[in-house]
Design a protein. Structure first.
Length: 239
């Protein structure tokens, strides 16, 4: 990973990176810091896609672990971030808070896609930490969040609804809650009410497959509410 970092520093004009580190079980927090150093040197970077599927040794997803007061900033041209941490057993609520330390000031960011599927240590508190810094990025046009098989409840749906309704430029939203038994009709109703305020939304996807405490009629109610949005032209709700 140290060698990769050195190579990246030579690619000054690189605009897009896509690295798949799936099943690299020797990848540690130190490797994450090396990767951070290389990526931050790319001042023309516009799109970043990193896949850390099924990592066992990553305990912190903070890309910048330096203790220096002045650390290298991310490229201001960065517009899209896609991170896959699905099945990373050591990812916790603190990890989602740390993520905000890295990306919470990228005010020109337009797209975020975070996959935390099967991160069983993530709870409502983690969703609260994520939403707290995510809602500061009011230039976001596309948001994709997957919390399938996480330890979340209706509280997370309420938090997400309150944060998401503040986005005036949001055109695409995708939410994944597959297999979450802590989610009920009540939480879905609260989320539905908040989403009705996303007047610029054009595309909506949500999956609650395996959520046994959500009845079919609440999915239908959500779909009917969304159809009232003036710009919406695509709905895909799976249960």
């Amino acid at each position: 990973m140290e060698n990769l970092s050195k190579d990246l520093k030579r690619l000054y004009s690189l605009q897009t990176v896509h690295f798949n580190f799936s099943d690299c079980n020797n990848f540690t927090n130190q490797g994450m810091q090396y990767l951070n150093q290389g990526l931050k040197s790319l001042k023309s970077l516009k799109s970043m896609n990193l896949d850390f599927f099924d990592f066992e040794k990553i305990t912190s997803i903070r890309m910048d672990q330096t203790k220096k007061r002045k650390s290298q900033n991310w490229s201001r041209s960065l517009q899209a971030i896609r991170l896959n941490f699905s099945s990373c057993s050591q990812i916790t609520d603190k990890s989602l808070r740390d993520l905000g330390q890295d990306f919470g000031r990228l005010y020109c960011l337009q797209t975020v896609d975070f996959n935390f599927c099967s991160c069983s240590e993530i709870t409502d508190e983690g969703v609260r930490c994520l939403g707290k810094w995510l809602k500061k990025l009011q230039s976001l046009q596309s948001i994709c969040l997957d919390f399938a098989m996480c330890e979340i409840t209706d509280e997370s749906l309420i938090i997400l609804g309150q944060d998401l309704k503040t986005f005036t430029c949001l055109t695409s939203l995708s939410l994944g809650f597959n297999g979450n038994q802590g989610i009920t009709d009540e939480g879905m109703e609260d989320l539905s009410e908040s989403l009705r305020q996303l007047c610029s939304l054009q595309s909506f996807r949500m999956s609650t497959i395996g959520c046994r405490r959500i009845r079919k009629r609440y999915r239908e109610n959500l779909e009917e509410n969304l159809k009232e949005l003036p710009s919406l032209n695509y709905i895909d709700i799976r249960q």
